[in-house]
Every structure is written in structure tokens, then in C-alpha cells.
Write a protein that binds this ligand. Structure first.
Ligand code: PLP
Length: 429
């Protein structure tokens, strides 16, 4: 006899989908539609989305202007897939990117379209740096996250992901991120010393790859001074300086690039996630012209011409990045977010982490953070953890969220911290 439980749609996933699925375990509801910062389950219950596709939906779900651009394009039989052939949609994206992003920053990087995921962009960036320098070693940092394909995974610190490789992850030497050994130790000096000693055992690197804010690694923030020192070290030792801006870019930390106004000039930049603006897969590698030494077709891939993503990406650039108003708006929300999370952290003797709208609270343990996120979900908020021990409750709200909805979501977080940590404190007293 078929029981009620076996015919619920959720069981389709349990029966058919691989065990590898992850987020659906934290949020075991069936979701149906979404608008702005709200996602609805099939019972039409609204949830505020403070996960935003891990920073893929910086402009919210189904932004009306992006949606209209895409619907019009599809209705006009616009090309959906074009390999890397010339299309109108691609030309418009490249022109808008040149005019609105590159030129105002004095950048002349070439745009390489890779396969559509962040890891695809990282693979291409590392491969190119190795090709340019003729070296194989790459320096990446403790707690860094760059994706889970083999090359990107070698550069990733996360133990849970690394163990999944079941094969040696080679070609990368780990250095300590800013502040890894505490505020008194300058880890850039340590790296410089190792690279300056021909017998340190660290091979001369092809590249140094770094996130300015470690998204998955616990919202660790690199200071502009440290980043400038890392760039200088890369130059001094003949390595390319790569910034992985896949999670911290596209306004998440304020500017279009997370390193805007820091006086940095990365040789290679990787971008994905919110680049298309609407959750459509699109990734690029930005390359200084002198390093764009690919031979035609040398780094190929079928899905490098997602024209639907070009259309929404262009609309995103025109809507949000044509003037300074979006950045000012994000700054204001980020200040409010910092104030509210700061108050929650103070209340419980904890600390905040991150920068801009990429901010969280170190809840002291993975167990605390997990219980807090679970309570948030029960109260209508989708939010996840990050960090070595999943100990950081991480807010990645859409940047377009209204202050009212941001406030309501933060109220849920405040209540969850009180429910979990306040109760434990009371029990211990
Ligand atoms: C900084 C960074 N690089 C690379 C990646 C990998 O991107 P994807 O999951 O699209 O492969 C991520 C994903 O979270 C990321 O945060």
C-alpha cells in the first residue's frame, strides 16, 4: 500500500536525486516562485531570502527590468546559445562592460568567456597563469574557496570539499591569509620570506590567487594594505596576481569590484555568480592584454555563449552600474546591517565578520550557528553558515532589498540568537 508520505513530491528528490544535494537539506521545503528578496514555498508561505543563491541574486529574484529584457529577447527569437560566435547580445554586453565597468576604472582587460560556473573561470585563470609563466605552482590562502573542480579545488582550503577529490590535489602551496595568525603577525611578510628563499621548499609561483573577503571561508576580510603587499610580492616574484571576485564582486562589498578604490591592479580577475544579474549561468575571466596569450580555441567549452545571460547582464549594468546611486544605496544598507549585527554580537559577547553586504556573526561554534539558522528558517528566513567550522551566520541579502524587509529579517536573526544562545546562557547560570 502506498502511504501518504511516499507520494509527497519531496520524496521524488529522496528517491531520484543524488545524495550530493546540500542546501535542500537545510531548507527542506518545495519552492515555487520568487520575487525580490522573497521566495515562496508551494503552500505560498513567504520566506525572506538572506542566502540569495550564495550571492548570485545580488539584484533579487526576477527583477522586473531584467525579466522584461529577457522575455522580450526570447519573444523576438533571439539566439539562446551561440557557442562563441558573434551575436548582438554578446556585443551589447561587451560594449556595456567596456563603457560602464572597465573604462571608468582605467582598465583595459580582455574578457574571456569560460564555461558558466565560477569554478570554470578559476580553472581558466590558473591554466592561463601557468601558461604565461611556464611555472606550475600557485599560491592560494588558508580558508580560501575557489570551486570544486580539481584545479580549483586544489586552491580551495575547505577540508570537506577537498576530501571529496579522492585524488592528490597538486600544484598549489597554501599561504596564511591576512590575520590568520592574529593581528600581530603580517602573513604577507612570511610569504615574501618563503618566496625569497630558494631553499624554502615553495616553488616559484605562476600566480597568487586571493579573495578580498573569503565568502565560504568565514567572511575573513583582507585589508587593502595586505592586498597591496600581496600584489607587490606577486610582481617581485614573477607571479600573476589573481583576484577571485566571484562572490565578493558585483556590489556585494560595495563597488562593482570588491577591490575598487584600493589601488590594486590584478592581472587576472574571475567573476561569475551575480554577473548575469538574474541567476543565469555566466562566468568571465578578465585578463590584462599582455597576458591574453591563448591560441584560438585553446580553452574551449560548449557553454561559453549564454546569450540569455548576456541580455540580463547588460540590463544589470545599465540599471545598476550606470551611475553612483546603487553604490550609495548599498553603502547605506551595509551601514545599517553592520549596526544591527554589531548589536546582536555585542549582546552575546560575539563578533561580526565581513564587509559591505557580506556580513555575519561568528556564533562561537558550528552547532550554535546551525541551530540559529534552523530557527531562522522556522520563522521564515533563509540564511546559511560559513567558516572552517560553519560557525559564522552569514547574511547575503539581495542588495536591492527594502530597508523594511531587511529589518524584518534582522529581527528574525536577533530572535534566533536570543532563542539559542540566551536559552543556553540561562540554563548555564
Ligand atoms: C570566491 C569563489 N570562487 C569560486 C567559486 C565557485 O563558483 P561555482 O560554485 O559557480 O563553481 C565560489 C563559489 O561559492 C566562490 O565563492
Amino acid at each position: 500500500m502506498t502511504t501518504q508520505a511516499t507520494i509527497t513530491p519531496i520524496n521524488t528528490f529522496e528517491r531520484v536525486e543524488s545524495r550530493v544535494r546540500s542546501y535542500s537539506r537545510s531548507f527542506p521545503k518545495m519552492f515555487d516562485r520568487a520575487l525580490g528578496a522573497t521566495i515562496y514555498d508551494t503552500d505560498d508561505r513567504p520566506y525572506t531570502d538572506f542566502l540569495a543563491g550564495c550571492s548570485t541574486l545580488n539584484y533579487g529574484h526576477n527583477d522586473p527590468d531584467l525579466k522584461a529584457a529577457l522575455v522580450d529577447y526570447i519573444a523576438g527569437d533571439g539566439i539562446a546559445h551561440g557557442l562563441d560566435m558573434f551575436t548582438n547580445a554578446k556585443e551589447q554586453f561587451l560594449s556595456a562592460f567596456e563603457e560602464l565597468i572597465l573604462k571608468p576604472r582605467g582598465m583595459d582587460h580582455q574578457v574571456q568567456f569560460t564555461g558558466p560556473t565560477g569554478a570554470n573561470a578559476v580553472e581558466a585563470a590558473l591554466k592561463l597563469a601557468r601558461k604565461v609563466t611556464g611555472r606550475s605552482n600557485v599560491i592560494s590562502f588558508t580558508n580560501g574557496f575557489h570551486g570544486v573542480t580539481l584545479g580549483a579545488l586544489a586552491a580551495t582550503g575547505n577540508g570537506k570539499h577537498r576530501v571529496g577529490a579522492a585524488t592528490p590535489l597538486s600544484g598549489v602551496t597554501r599561504a596564511a591569509f591576512d590575520g590568520y595568525f592574529g593581528a600581530d603577525i603580517n602573513t604577507a611578510d612570511l610569504l615574501d620570506q618563503q618566496l625569497s628563499d630558494p631553499s624554502s621548499g615553495v616553488d616559484a609561483p605562476a600566480a597568487i590567487i586571493v579573495e578580498t573577503v573569503q565568502g565560504e571561508g568565514g567572511l575573513n576580510v583582507a585589508s587593502p594594505e595586505w592586498l597591496r603587499q600581496i600584489e607587490a610580492i606577486a610582481r617581485r616574484h614573477g607571479a600573476l596576481f589573481i583576484i577571485d571576485d566571484i562572490q565578493a564582486g558585483c556590489g556585494r562589498t560595495g563597488g562593482f569590484f570588491s577591490f575598487d578604490d584600493m589601488g590594486l591592479s590584478p592581472d587576472i580577475i574571475t567573476m561569475a555568480k551575480s554577473l548575469s544579474g538574474m541567476g543565469l549561468p555566466l562566468a568571465v575571466v578578465l585578463i590584462k592584454p599582455e597576458y591574453d596569450i591563448w591560441k584560438p580555441a585553446e580553452h574551449n567549452g560548449t557553454f561559453r555563449g549564454n546569450n540569455h545571460a548576456f541580455v540580463t547582464a547588460t540590463a544589470t549594468l545599465e540599471k545598476f552600474w550606470a551611475d553612483e546611486s546603487f553604490v550609495a544605496d548599498v553603502d547605506e544598507k551595509a551601514r545599517y546591517l553592520a549596526e544591527r549585527l554589531g548589536a546582536i554580537a555585542d549582546e552575546h559577547g560575539l563578533s561580526t565578520k565581513g564587509r559591505g553586504m557580506m556580513l555575519g556573526v561568528d556564533a562561537g561554534s558550528g552547532e550554535n550557528a546551525s541551530a540559529i539558522c534552523k530557527t531562522c528558517f522556522a520563522n521564515g528566513l533563509i540564511i546559511e553558515t560559513s567558516g572552517s567550522f560553519d560557525e559564522v551566520v552569514k547574511v547575503l541579502a539581495p542588495l536591492t532589498i527594502s530597508i523594511d524587509q531587511l529589518t524584518a529579517g534582522l529581527d528574525i536573526i536577533e530572535g534566533a540568537f536570543e532563542a539559542i544562545l540566551g536559552t543556553r546562557r540561562a540554563a548555564a547560570e
